[in-house]
Design a protein around this ligand. Structure first.
Ligand code: DX5
Ligand code: ZN
Length: 215
């Protein structure tokens, strides 16, 4: 399997200095920058939208990994593409019957597409989409907030997905990732790690990012 893709989440960044923080992540070895978009409806928190993605785009050359935790994702794809998203991940629970259409819409813009599941969604429900997407994001906390505790039972979905996936599928985990939980997820088949509070609370960003790589 290829190297692990580290995607620090800017949910834990200084929102008054996002450009600076995004540039620092890039300088400290991040592979992608993870942007958490929340609508206060699909999840009980409000964060940022496409204008903020557009604003941070000039501050980094690494891919912007946009995680949509919103209802009706089909209505917002073009906005995020125009803003500069390089990967758009949406939730299966929000898309339902529109999942395949949304996958095709995102792909038509020549960017990567990810499909995410919340803790209570069984992995079997998305197996039929594995050949259509570039990435599956397995949430290891209930989406909505940074700094929550890792749910091991969610990581147990990873082998089910890996065993049914094409070889090049990226499997990302998000929520409660630190050096120890990263190791658990990697052993179970993940090859992309999102980490927010672990990286931003650490005294040394570069060391925190590389500690997730050396596993
Ligand atoms: C949670 C978000 C995560 C969050 C992770 O809903 O999707 O990306 O920022 O934060 P930590 O790493 O602190 O759990
Ligand atoms: Zn996220």
């Amino acid at each position: 399997m290829n190297k692990t893709i580290i995607s620090p989440s800017i949910l834990s960044a200084d929102f008054a200095n996002l450009g600076r923080d995004v540039k620092e992540l890039q300088d400290c070895g991040a592979d992608w920058v993870h942007v958490d978009v929340m609508d206060g409806h699909f999840v009980p928190n409000l964060t940022i939208g496409a204008p903020v993605v557009k604003a941070i785009k000039p501050y980094c050359n690494i891919p912007l990994d946009v995680h949509l935790m919103i209802d009706n994702p089909q209505n917002y794809i073009e906005d995020f593409v125009k803003a500069g998203a390089d990967i758009i991940t949406f939730h299966y629970e929000a898309a339902g019957d529109l999942t395949e259409d949304i996958i095709n819409n995102i792909k038509s813009h020549d960017i990567l597409v990810g499909l995410s599941i919340k803790p209570k969604t069984p992995p079997q429900e998305i197996l039929k989409y594995l050949l259509m997407v570039d990435m599956v994001l397995v949430m290891t906390v209930e989406p909505g907030f940074g700094g929550q505790e890792f749910m091991k039972n969610c990581a147990d979905k990873l082998p089910v997905i890996r065993q049914n996936a094409p070889e090049n599928l990226i499997i990302q985990v998000d929520g409660g990732i630190n050096k120890e939980t990263a190791q658990i997820c990697k052993n179970l088949g993940a090859n992309s790690l999102v980490a927010g509070s672990y990286i931003f609370k650490s005294a040394n960003t570069e060391e925190a990012i590389s500690s997730l790589k050396i596993i």
